[in-house]
Design a protein around this ligand. Structure first.
Ligand SMILES: NC(=O)c1ccc[n+]([C@@H]2O[C@H](COP(=O)([O-])OP(=O)(O)OC[C@H]3O[C@@H](n4cnc5c(N)ncnc54)[C@H](O)[C@@H]3O)[C@@H](O)[C@H]2O)c1
Length: 252
């Protein structure tokens, strides 16, 4: 029996990096995964690879009508939604002085509006069955002061706060829905390769215990997502789960 056997999961930005690793872990442990991405061909590749009934759908998380259509499609096909992983993201290397209003709105449209819309439209479908688990991908950017990730950190801070608001609302309304945020440190994905100016050049992540400053592997975050998605985490709600090999607790 898999850890999320029989559950239906929707993952945004599932075509790459952390999202793809989340899809793989959830399918391996028995979930039927709806792999979504604004780049449909990447979602299709992941759905094909992970199997277990996975399907791929195009979803731009910043577009409300796309969310409504996606949730309707999942209801028609599966009749339920148990797990939502709001993972889609973009990065912008710019401090507050360099960031234009247009850039700020774009980053926040994807990562702040996108998470808001996902939660808003998924909760009613989750509620029509057994409730569920919402996992919102934030970042250590929500916890530390990175000058160069200004808009990114603002969006991730919004994700951290809205997660707690949703968790408490669900409790107060008697919904069986938990909502937690995940805060990874640097993880070797195309996003980090782009942010570090080495797009397309993947670096190997060693096995075993990593040194401070080394990037983690997408599977290190997927392990946390899987735990939060499963009923094993039933007493974890509104929490900020930091997955950063201790970066945020170092005194200097
Ligand atoms: N890699 C890290 O070090 C790291 C650290 C902390 C948080 N995160 C967060 O994890 C998440 C995944 O990042 P990643 O490193 O895997 O990046 P990635 O670039 O490999 O993947 C991001 C995915 O999101 C998709 N996407 C972009 N805009 C979208 C939109 N409007 N609608 C739907 N999908 C869209 C992309 O097509 C891509 O498949 C992001 O939210 C990111 O901020 C990553």
């Amino acid at each position: 029996m898999g850890r999320v056997e029989g559950k239906v999961a929707l993952v945004t930005g599932g075509g790459s990096g952390l999202g793809a690793a989340d899809c793989e872990a959830l399918a391996r442990e028995g979930a039927t995964v709806v792999v979504t991405d604004v780049r449909i061909e990447t979602a299709q590749r992941v759905a094909h690879r992970i199997g277990n009934g996975a399907v791929a759908l195009a979803l731009d998380v910043a577009a409300e009508e796309a969310w409504i259509a996606t949730i309707q499609a999942i209801e028609q096909r599966f009749g339920r939604l148990d797990i939502l992983v709001n993972n889609a993201g973009v990065v912008l290397n710019a401090d507050v002085e360099e960031t234009t209003l247009e850039q700020y709105r774009w980053v926040n449209a994807v990562m702040s509006d996108g998470v808001f819309l996902g939660c808003k439209h998924a909760i009613p479908l989750m509620n029509r069955n057994d409730g569920g688990s919402i996992i919102n991908m934030s970042s250590t950017g929500a916890l530390l002061g990175y000058p160069i990730f200004f808009a990114y950190s603002a969006a991730k801070g919004a994700v951290r706060s809205m997660t707690k608001s949703i968790a408490v609302m669900c409790q107060e309304k008697g919904y069986k829905i938990r909502c937690n945020s995940v805060h990874p440190g640097s993880i070797e994905t195309p996003m980090v390769q782009q942010a570090e100016g080495r797009a397309g050049q993947e670096q190997a992540v060693p096995e075993g215990v990593l040194k401070p400053g080394q990037s983690g592997h997408p599977k290190d975050v997927a392990a946390m997502v899987l735990f939060l998605a499963s009923d094993e985490s039933r007493f974890v709600n509104g929490a900020e789960m930091v997955v950063d090999n201790g970066v945020t607790i170092r005194p200097f």
